[in-house]
Design a protein around this ligand. Sequence first.
Ligand code: SF4
Length: 734
Amino acid sequence: MKKKPDKWVFSTCGYCGVGCGLYIGVKDGKAVYTKGNPAHDVNMGTLCPKGLSEHQLINSKERVTAPLIRKEGVLSESTWDKSFSKVADEFKRIANKHGKQAIGVLSTGQLLTEEFYTLGKFVQLGLGTTNFDGNTTLCMASAVMGYKQSLGSDGPVGAYEDFQKANTIFLVGANISDNHPILKLHLAKNKNNPKIIVIDPRSSKTAQMATTFVPIKARTDLALFNGLAYIVIEQGWEDLGYIKANTNGYKELKKHLQGYSPQEVANITGIDVKTLYELAREFVAQDAVLTAWTMGVNQSFMGTDTVSAIINLHLLTGQIGKEGAGPFSITGQCNAMGTREFGFTSSLPGYRNFGDAGALKEYARIAKVPEDIVPTERGYKYAEIIDAIDRGEIKALWIVATNPLVSFVNQDKLRKTLAKLDILVVQDAFMSDTAEIADVVFSAATWGEKEGVYTNSERRCNRANKAVEPLGNTKSDFDIVLEFSKYFDGVSELLYPEWEKPLDAFNEMKEISRGQLCDYSGMTYELLEEKGGIQWPCNEERPLGTKRLYSPDIAFRTKDEKAKLICADWFPMAEPVSASFPVLLNTGRTVEQWHTRTKTRSIDILNDLAPESWIDINPIDATALKVKSGDRMSISSARGRVEDVVVRVTQAVREGNIFVPFHYNTQLVNTLTSESFCPKSGEPNYKQTAIQLHSREVPDGLVFKETEISGEIEHIKTAYEGIKFVEKEKVVNI
Ligand code: SF4
């Protein structure tokens, strides 16, 4: 019999970056229900399957309910004091012997912002290591760095309302139907009968709802956006008034784009010249053009520059800072934004750049800490931390609410690398694959058991409330950090004087961000709840926040307040398909599961719908391999092999490409993925891995089909040296 809740607690979904407003139903101290908040601007009462069943994760059988210490090879229940003492003693020993930088920390996009700020402060100013990054580097780092190099600061430009106001919406590498389904509500409210142009190598569920689907060749998006910018300038479609008043670098970009003629870009991307002109024309034929993207763009070894190439197009045509227009990164995790704003990873808190002496001084003054303990530069990024462990430079690793033993690339190597650590500490609410190999586990409270704020993709700071007490002997991440800091002499007194609750962190964050782009100074917890979240900047002048950035009264955050047009080059893949590995593997998500399934695998209503991994394969390749839907196949790459994955034959993927979801720890697809990263953001190139397929009937797999790429661009010719391309891909019309 269903339990009728005796109270409803206002909150925000803790899964994805859409940031849906909801209520948690509580009965006898237990969360028993979740329902959408009809008054919330983000989701208008609707939730996706994950949101609707979210209360079930609180009492999941996968929860870690007490701190654990490994004894004689087995993780055994312990006390907080013993766990904190053991880790603190080991961290101090390692810091004394090898230096503070020998401690590495990997965080997440899942904590509340107050927790990010508290953790970052402790890691950077308390432990004194800058080797601190988050799993957000695996999903949003390219958007962060792209915004920074083009606009002077991180920070998504637009609002969900722009999906309602645009005349044309480009969705690039963004399968919102699976990954951000609630955004479709905003599209449905658009009265302009908008064109929805989906650019993706895969005919995803999102592509199937498009007005126009552009099946671009994998990892050629940067060439496409350079090509569209070329056409805009060639045709005199650029907005010279806007460019002159608001940007730098026009002349250099115009010259640079000469290498991206329409025919050349057609050859690279597989999109015919006529279509390229039609796509470019959209940017000037329509009043408002929005370009939204997610991991298809970010998870690329050219991710940062691809983001900037998208922004270039919007700057050239003045399609930014106005209703319905702009470049718009859609965030993956519920609070990837919070760690960007205050987490001490990609910048100092409040979007202060590392290396800016004035910003450092100001931060130290407001936070009341000595200037000489505030870092002057960023430490190692995620993958660099892993490499430093491999080299023996980092000896201790503290992992908070993330599960690299499913989510990071080249899993066999990672597992061997983590075994080299003197100590591995995992702080998590769930018994993740990484927690299973930890020396100490800090048992954390989860969503619904703690309070604070999340920021969603449109810069909306949302309130998440505590509905029930933390399960068993768990503590909120905020409390864990505060209490752990007391095991280090003087640290707690210096960093958290009289701090007791997340509100203390929130109040400091308000002061830290005052006058910055991510200005929280006008927010209160009460106002956030009353308004269903507020989009920053929010201050005295903008008491109800700001819909979109870079409208005429908000300048770009560069020194001269002008955006920078970036000259970016397209490069072919570092690991192209070959005779040994002739197929491209693309990885991604499905609506029923969340990340590495630590939260969703025990929720039957979700897990039963997608209980195991699968391979989407084109009918032509399926015929060659003599497989049909429901059969099983193995996949191999230069790094490993995954056995017996279920086959799904579908036209959704093109010939020579497959898609496999990344969620599953059995049939672990990241066994195959490579260590190819964007040099600017450090984000892995998850989306293209050269692989071979092995069926029972055809164990040696597919035969290599070479592809012709024309070589007019000098650097492309050079990069392709030694690789033969003979078969021209057919040009696709839309
Ligand atoms: S769309 Fe995202 S934020 Fe909304 S309910 Fe689903 S998972 Fe939660």
